[in-house]
Design a protein around this ligand. Structure first.
Ligand code: HGY
Ligand code: MN
Ligand code: MN
Length: 405
């Protein structure tokens, strides 16, 4: 594929859910996500693939291959986005996967094994809270909590799956068993700047950090902002403010830990009322599970101490906890051969972000290929990967898929 063709395709997908700020907002299991999925399905059909949605709302295109009953090699990513996100997070992996199939077909390649392109629904937790829902449903089945999770619109995951034409009952049970997939490769933008610093268009992922997502609440006493002396307050937002800085301090003092309080809401949220309640999110990640556990324990200890000292109450509930995930040596070897075959430097980079590949790792050998993104920026409208780098990544993916299928 030429770079100008890739640029046009990026623009086509970027127009779906486009925001005034130049990014996209495409929440999972919504009409906007479905419009992007339909655009991908049309491309799959154009490539002669058998394209269909599954019981959860994931899309899969299949190129049958010489041995249609063999376990397939799958590649793909997601097309849903965070709110005010970029045009490349997830989409880069889908576009590169379909461009790789286009390349292989143009080369007259006939895969032994079926080659599948997957577009997982609801990878981002932006709508419902828990993320990685489409791949989790396939590999593990969704728990009652995950099916019952709902966002600001009050629509549960189960209802959204049903409204998208899926079967939430079936989504409770795993659909893919270990061995059902020969290998899974996900192409994704790096969402960090190591490749840019190395001057490399692509990099092979060395491992995926394990995320812990939690939500918490600090409770105090709502009271009059003007009449209440400072020494007689139980200000929930001041307690949360102390915790937020402690979260930053804890992660900064560790080696590979990252932690973020991405959202904080004071209630009732009126200027002349001392906040009686402060809700917040916690995103805590590390490639080293014991380091993440230490950070979690420290954050909980700080919350206990400060709430006692301030006469507040604090709660922290984990909504999703994933271990760090290793990449498979054989898949990495195929990617290394592909990168070398494309005449590119071999660069290895860790993934701080979570990806569907970490769920697929439950049942199949996985690997990931990162694409350089400008300034490492992601989850914002400024996210950018050049069409030349995307084409380079799709060429490397095609070479790796040709080895594995
Ligand atoms: O949060 C993540 O790591 C991914 O973007 N869902
Ligand atoms: Mn993301
Ligand atoms: Mn992503």
């Amino acid at each position: 594929m030429r770079a100008d063709e890739m640029q046009q395709i990026v623009a086509d997908f970027g127009a779906i859910g486009a925001t005034a700020s130049g990014g996209v907002t495409r929440p999972g299991l919504t009409d906007l996500e479905r419009a992007a999925l339909e655009r991908a399905r049309a491309w799959m059909v154009h490539l002669g693939m058998d394209a269909a949605y599954d019981h959860v709302g994931n899309l899969r295109g299949t190129w049958a291959g010489a041995r249609p009953d063999a376990a397939p090699v799958l590649t793909g990513s997601h097309l849903d986005s965070v709110v005010e996100g970029g045009r490349y997070d997830g989409a880069a992996g889908v576009l590169c996967a379909l461009a790789a199939v286009e390349t292989l077909r143009a080369q007259g390649h006939t895969p032994e094994r079926p080659l599948g392109v997957c577009v997982f629904t609801s990878e981002e937790g932006s709508r419902f809270g828990p993320g990685l829902l489409g791949s989790t449903a396939l590999v593990r089945g969704l728990t009652a909590d995950q099916l019952g999770a709902s966002g600001d619109d009050g629509v549960t995951v189960a209802r959204a799956i049903a409204e998208a034409g899926g079967d939430p009952g079936a989504a409770a049970a795993p659909a893919l068993a270990p061995g059902a997939v020969h290998a899974f490769i996900e192409v994704h933008i790096e969402q960090a700047s190591r490749l840019e610093e190395a001057g490399a268009p692509v990099g092979i992922v060395s491992g995926i950090a394990g995320p812990l997502f939690a939500r918490g609440v600090v409770t105090g006493v709502a009271d009059h902002a003007g009449a209440t002396p400072m020494g007689q307050r139980a200000d929930a937002l001041c307690g949360l403010a102390e915790l937020v800085l402690a979260v930053e301090r804890t992660a900064s003092a560790a080696d590979t830990t990252v932690a973020t309080v991405g959202s904080a809401r004071a209630h009732p949220g009126q200027a002349n009322i001392i906040p009686g309640r402060a809700e917040f999110s916690l995103d805590l990640r590390d490639v080293d599970l014991s380091a993440r556990d230490r950070a979690e324990a420290e954050i909980r200890a700080v919350l206990d101490e400060l709430t006692r000292r301030r006469g507040l109450h604090g709660e922290l509930e984990v909504i999703q906890r994933e271990p760090p995930v290793a990449v498979d040596p054989q898949v990495v070897a195929a990617l290394e051969t592909a990168v070398a075959g494309a005449g590119l430097d071999l660069v290895r980079v860790p993934s701080g972000a979570a990806h569907d590949a970490m769920i697929m790792a439950d049942i199949a050998p996985i690997g990931m290929l990162f694409v350089r993104c400008r300034g490492g920026l992601s989850h914002c409208p400024q996210e950018y990967a050049s069409p030349e780098d995307l084409v380079a990544a799709s060429d490397v993916l095609a070479r790796a898929l040709a080895q594995l299928t």
